[in-house]
Write a protein that binds this ligand. Structure first.
Ligand code: GDP
Ligand code: MG
Length: 354
């Protein structure tokens, strides 16, 4: 041990004399190579994400935009008839009535202002208005799997009805946070079904992050308390709490979620920092109904819309963001570990209109 230290000391002193540091040509080449390789893998990942998004939104795109093309066929200007047709298309594409009317009003105002708006401009105007609407609700403001520096650990409580993709989203989130260098702890507060705990456990093993669980039937609030305590003790960065999705009625739901929150606040007074509502986009109007119930029961401040892949109801993202004034933070575009994306409004709208 002593010898080792002496060698270390000597080496350090020796190195200290060798200033300024000169890189050998070989090490420079290697450094450049690793930078280029890092950039290459970043770009490859970006490209894959874009492909996943495009593939995921394909059905929405074909169903909505083939109809828009039909609606403007043989027309040169955006007139009342075109707007009526557009209104019907958006409403039946799960954008929702209120949001559709808002979009139509805005386009109408532009048409009135600019006098002549050609149908060839309709797509770009629509794209701009949808982007603006998403921006107003801060949907798609985030760009990285990062957390506020002053919240450690950052506590995310995940809510939503059964089957929407809560546990899967938690697994994917844990993977991404870990990849971003964060220390993650999961809490299995969905104690209603035995399968729920083991499903989260499988994700924890897959991502290689710790999980706190007390098995089926345990008190969800007690699990949440233990999780937050353990996260603090481990100096973790992020805590993600899974919850049960059963929803007999609003009062029960509210009581349970409130209890989980209150108990966590004994350890971290401002926890949970994020209440993430997970909604299955493929259920369209049902997702809107669930958003109504959950926002009435608890202070949801972030949304994740899953299963955008394979549905033609992608328009629901626009409607939900606008109607509830809650930012859409994540979207699910498949079952795989890499299939959770940070919602990027520009990429989303671009993909819809390409
Ligand atoms: N295609 C697809 N399936 C998903 C997505 N997210 C979750 N799922 C699937 O939805 C099912 C229910 O997910 P789960 O996480 O158990 O939902 P929970 O009951 O809310 O926890 C599982 O089969 C998941 O693989 C997604 O973005 N796309
Ligand atoms: Mg679950």
């Amino acid at each position: 041990m002593c010898l080792y230290n002496r060698t270390e000391d000597l080496r350090t002193k020796d190195e200290g004399r060798r200033t300024p540091k000169v890189f050998s040509p070989l090490s420079l080449v290697l450094r450049q190579k690793s930078i280029i390789m890092g950039l290459f893998s970043f770009l490859t990942r970006k490209k894959e994400q874009k492909e996943d998004l495009d593939k995921g939104l394909e059905k929405t795109k074909t169903s909505v935009f083939s109809r828009i093309s039909k609606a403007i066929m043989g027309k040169s200007t955006v007139d009342d008839e075109v707007l009526d047709n557009l209104e019907e298309i958006l409403i039946t594409s799960d954008v929702g009535v209120e949001t559709t009317l808002k979009i139509i009003d805005r386009i109408q105002a532009r048409v009135a202002r600019d006098k002549y708006v050609g149908t060839n401009e309709l797509n770009s105007i629509l794209k701009e208005e949808i982007m603006a609407l998403l921006q107003e609700n801060e949907s798609g403001d985030g760009t990285t799997f990062d957390i506020p520096a002053d919240k450690k650990p950052y506590v995310i409580m995940v809510v939503g009805v059964n089957g929407v993709g809560k546990t899967t989203t938690i697994g994917k989130l844990a993977y991404n946070f870990k990849k971003a260098g964060k220390k993650v702890v999961l809490g299995a507060s969905d104690t209603f079904r035995a399968a729920a705990v083991s499903q989260l456990q499988i994700w924890a093993e897959r991502v290689d992050v710790p999980i706190v669980q007390q098995g089926q039937g345990a008190d969800p609030a007690s699990v949440a308390f233990d999780t937050v305590k353990s996260a603090v003790a481990q100096d973790a960065d992020v805590v993600i709490i899974d919850t049960a999705g059963r929803l007999h009625n609003k009062v029960n739901l509210m009581r349970e979620l409130t209890k989980i929150k209150t108990v966590m606040q004994k350890v971290i007074p401002d926890a949970p920092h994020e209440i993430l509502l997970v909604l299955d986009a493929s259920t369209g109007q049902n997702a809107i109904e669930q958003a109504k119930q959950f926002t009435a029961a608890t202070e949801v401040n972030a949304l994740a819309l899953t299963k955008l892949d394979g549905t033609a109801k992608g328009g629901v993202v626009i409607g939900i963001s606008d109607q509830f004034k809650i930012p859409v933070k994540y979207i699910g575009v498949g079952e795989g570990i890499d299939h959770l994306q940070i919602f990027d409004r520009k990429a989303f709208v671009d993909s819809l209109f390409e």
